[in-house]
Design a protein around this ligand. Structure first.
Ligand code: SAJ
Length: 421
């Protein structure tokens, strides 16, 4: 089968390469010339375990090439970004999706399948994409098959999850679902669940909203427990011993291009029925400010000047800084205008110098859960002026959890014992 994947980003590229390595002829299309040129040389612009190797394998098999123009094919998979609009409820910006679909219309043929993988607002495949194809003279469900098949993979584990996760195949008709399922059956070992396009859209959005709301509950717990003088992290651990409870992990906020974005697509499509989702977003967005306040208080107590921020990515072991709460905390700290700030992040080349970052520092402020931080030991604290740690991701090993160690659970309850330097 000849498959064109439009949009070679975090999801489109691994998906394209996956099809190619399952013996399909794949053309990746992107509007960015540098990305296209680099990919054809076997160089990826995305940090994802196994991606470079998989890309080179696909190129060596002669099953993958990148280019800027579309051409005729059997199937088209649209995997372009859908940012938030800058409106009151941050609705879904469908411009790139529409442009991508418009770009394939001149090369569409009878029997083609068009799949929207991008995360989109509820009902848009049916109400916005289907008319674009129909206006070009095709009967959707007869001449051309259209489906929304959202991805559900976790960055950092994309290749495994692409293959083994269950996938929702939302056709605008039963025939469309069948055609969509045929394509993903080329590599998916998980269940292919056929449904309507609109149910698929809302289900994708709800999966991330479910997590966002649950994380907001955990963040609200942390604030409440602190006020009551209780370690909130201990409470999460205890409550989760219940077989039907799964409180998520509190942290400095929710970032990335999914949890921090998708709930708005639902909210914008029905503001009156979504007060809980709206409140959850507000609570999670308030966390950088909460971290700022606690950090300021800690710095006051230790009479500190220099803060070393550990990790600026939105989560651990990725180079992805999209919507990162760490950057928000950094911005707030900068605006205070009274601290000397340095950054260390093993995934961001500009911030790779541990010694320079920690030299004479008063505080390590951990904002991303990179595995490297979980392996820190005493010796790495040697350049600091005072080895105080505020670990908002609760990632350090127990041996470093000394009297000068703070996390979101104990920051209010633990008494700081100032070490004489
Ligand atoms: N976070 C917390 N507490 C938690 C879990 C996460 O504060 O208990 C924070 C993380 O630090 C991060 C953010 O939330 O800042 C999101 O991280 P994540 O690892 O939960 O999710 P993403 O955005 O990397 O990927 C999600 C996944 N969705 C779900 O798990 C429901 C993934 O399966 C989706 O494919 C992806 O969104 C997407 O593309 O929609």
């Amino acid at each position: 089968m000849k498959i064109i994947v439009l949009g070679l980003g975090y999801i489109g590229l691994p998906t394209a390469v996956m099809f190619a390595n399952h013996n399909q002829e794949v053309i990746g299309v992107d509007i960015n010339k540098t990305v296209v040129d680099d990919l054809n040389q076997g160089c990826t612009h995305i940090e994802e375990p196994g991606l470079s190797e998989a890309l080179r394998l696909a190129i060596n098999k002669n099953n993958f090439r990148a280019q800027m123009e579309v051409e005729e094919a059997d199937a088209f998979i649209v995997s372009v970004p859908t940012p938030n609009n800058n409106d009151v409820f941050k609705s879904c910006n469908m411009d790139y999706v529409q442009q991508a679909v418009r770009s394939i219309i001149p090369v569409l043929r009878q029997g083609n399948t068009v799949i929207i993988e991008s995360t989109i607002s509820p009902c848009s495949t049916e109400n916005m994409i289907k008319p674009l194809i129909e206006n070009a003279g095709f009967a959707v469900g007869k001449d051309v098959f259209l489906a929304h098949c959202p991805e559900r993979v976790l960055p950092g584990n994309i290749f495994y999850e692409l293959e083994y996760n269950n996938r929702i195949i939302g056709g605008v008709s039963e025939a469309c679902s069948h055609h969509g399922a045929k394509i993903y059956s080329l590599f998916t070992k998980g269940e292919l669940v056929e449904t309507s396009a609109s149910a698929a859209e809302l289900s994708k959005l709800m999966e991330n909203t479910y997590r966002d709301v649950n994380i907001a509950l955990a963040n609200e717990l942390i604030k409440t427990a602190g006020v009551l003088g209780i370690d909130g992290l201990e409470v999460v651990k205890l409550a989760n011993k219940h077989p039907r409870v799964n409180i998520h992990t509190p942290g400095p906020g929710v970032g990335g291009h999914c949890l921090a974005v998708d709930p708005y697509f639902i909210i914008a499509s029905s503001p009156d029925t979504t007060p809980l989702m709206q409140r959850a977003r507000e609570i999670n967005k308030s966390m950088p400010d909460f971290v700022l306040k606690e950090t300021k208080e800690l710095m006051r107590q230790i009479d500190g000047k220099k803060i070393t921020v550990l990790g600026i990515t939105y989560k651990g072991d990725t180079d992805d800084i999209r919507e990162s709460p760490a950057l928000e905390v950094l911005k707030l700290l900068e605006a205070e205008n009274r601290y000397q700030l340095t950054i260390y992040d093993p995934y961001i080349p500009a911030y790779n110098d541990w010694k320079e970052a920690t030299l004479d520092s008063d505080l390590l402020l951990i904002l991303s859960d990179h595995q490297e931080f979980s392996l820190l030991d005493e010796t790495r604290l040697e350049y600091m002026k005072q080895a105080v740690i505020f670990d908002t991701k609760n990632i350090l090993v127990d041996s470093l959890k000394t009297s000068n160690y703070f996390n979101l659970g104990n920051i209010r309850t633990k008494r700081y014992r100032k070490e004489k330097s």
